[in-house]
Design a protein around this ligand. Structure first.
Ligand code: SF4
Length: 447
């Protein structure tokens, strides 16, 4: 497989449709009440909790986070998080069943073990959390201790996601994240022996000084550690948006061809090691629920990437978190102080968002199928919305260059990526997005 011109196009990741950069600001009013009020008790829920603190900043980081210099600050945050949970639950009245809970950030284990236990208790008190709910936590192996592991297990955590990125010490120095492999191995063993059976490892390509060999070695290491899932993300250098990335030595960043080879190296290695290539950036053991969902055509896309979570709505807590309601998306204020002021005043903090139109709903479903399956039957998806597939006929003109390059095949209303187009699913998804402005360098590149 070789690099096409499409690989360097700047495209959204489409963790939502419309993507988050199209959300609009309100004039200071709360954004979500009518969507929360409209949630029916029959609608199942997913909950996302964002903890915006880390012990130190990795230079590549693109998340909403900052260094928490004292634990009292984190404790004050947790107090407000509990208030926000109560506020939202009170507003819904009779929430539907919770299928999944995801703690992200930042570093969720910046919360003390006691604080984590209290958050889980509050969630279970105020929401009907299903007995088989997936409870996932993102983990920085460098700061995970035995008390945290015990608290996660006691709280019912089913999946731990560890940031690894690259195992090479020199690459780690170039991104300010020194993390010996022995440490990662110890933490995985501790999580497993506490009963947290499902482990995900995050890797990256496109990092400063990184080569395809580094990526292969990292893939070899995490598969050797027996992780169930591996996510492989391309580094997006956006220092105008993320100041901490200014510390990255841009002269050492791999070019487009090298990035492409690194993405290919990760995929080839992991597939050879027995993982199933899922969507645009995930790999899972064949028996893992994500791989099963992909086989059954049940894979979904949300702000955490890929999921088999069937929930009707996702509610976000904490600064910057995004909620996805049947009627639209709403994002909490990212600034911790402003989010705190809103919660202290007993108000919801979402001030950005977008209502989804009928057309958005159809395009969202199409984009989701492309990013999950690499193909879409436009007629079948349109029928689900009692629409005519001609409603998205504008896409064919944008698909044509991908067809001409042998990356996509069109057969009637069925549009599918070819094997050569395996790394271009994002490019195909973007064809269904009529609002996509000509590349302005504000999104990450397609590969
Ligand atoms: S990559 Fe993870 S641990 Fe590093 S600063 Fe970002 S959120 Fe924190």
């Amino acid at each position: 497989m070789f690099l096409h011109r499409h690989a360097t196009a700047a495209l959204p990741r489409y963790t939502s449709y419309p993507p988050a950069n199209r959300f609009a600001e309100t004039d200071g009013r709360e954004f979500t009440p009518w969507w929360l009020d409209g949630l029916k008790s029959t609608e199942s829920l997913s909950l996302y909790l964002h903890v915006p603190f880390c012990a130190q900043l990795c230079w590549y980081c693109g998340c909403h986070t900052s260094v928490a210099n004292d634990s009292a600050r984190v404790d004050r945050f947790v107090g407000r998080l509990l208030r926000e949970i109560a506020l939202v639950a009170g507003r819904i009245g009779e929430p539907g069943d919770v299928c999944s809970i995801h703690f992200g950030g930042g570093t969720p284990t910046m919360m003390s073990p006691e604080a984590f236990a209290q958050v889980m208790r509050t969630l279970r008190d105020l929401f009907p959390v299903r007995a088989d709910a997936e409870i996932a936590v993102e983990i920085d192996p460098r700061t995970l201790d035995a008390a945290h592991v015990a608290a996660l297990a006691a709280g019912g955590v089913t999946r731990a996601s560890l940031g690894v990125q690259d195992v090479d010490p020199e690459v780690q120095r170039a991104i300010n994240r020194i993390q010996p492999t022995e440490l990662v191995a110890q933490k995985i063993a501790a999580l497993r022996s506490a009963g947290i059976g499902s482990i995900n490892a995050d890797l990256m390509y496109g990092l400063p000084g990184q080569t395809a060999d580094h990526v292969r070695r990292s893939a070899d290491t995490v598969s050797g550690l027996g992780v169930d899932r591996v996510a492989v993300f391309g580094y997006a250098h956006v220092p105008w948006f993320k100041k901490n990335q200014s510390a990255i030595d841009v002269t050492r960043l791999p070019g487009a061809q090298a990035r492409f080879e690194q993405a290919e190296a990760a995929s080839e290695y992991l597939v050879a090691a027995g993982y199933v290539d899922i969507g645009i950036d995930h790999f899972a053991r064949p028996q893992d629920s994500l791989a099963v969902a992909a086989r059954d055509g049940r894979l979904r896309r949300n702000f955490q990437g890929y999921t088999d979570d069937p929930a009707d709505a996702l509610i976000g807590f904490g600064p910057s978190s995004i909620s996805a309601y049947p009627g639209g998306y709403a994002q909490n204020i990212p600034n911790v102080k402003q989010w705190s002021d809103a919660v202290d005043a007993g108000r919801l903090s979402a001030r950005r968002g977008i209502a989804v139109t009928e057309d958005d709903r159809l395009r969202r479903a199409i984009v989701e199928r492309v990013l999950c399956d690499g193909r879409v039957d436009l007629e079948a998806v349109a029928a689900d919305f009692t629409r005519d597939p001609c409603a998205v006929g504008d896409a064919f003109e944008r698909v044509a260059p991908l067809v001409a390059d042998g990356l996509v095949r069109v057969d009637g209303w069925v549009i599918a990526a070819t094997p050569a187009g395996r790394r271009y699913w994002r490019s195909l998804a973007a064809c269904f997005d009529p609002e996509l402005a000509p590349a302005k360098g504000r999104h990450s590149v397609a590969v």
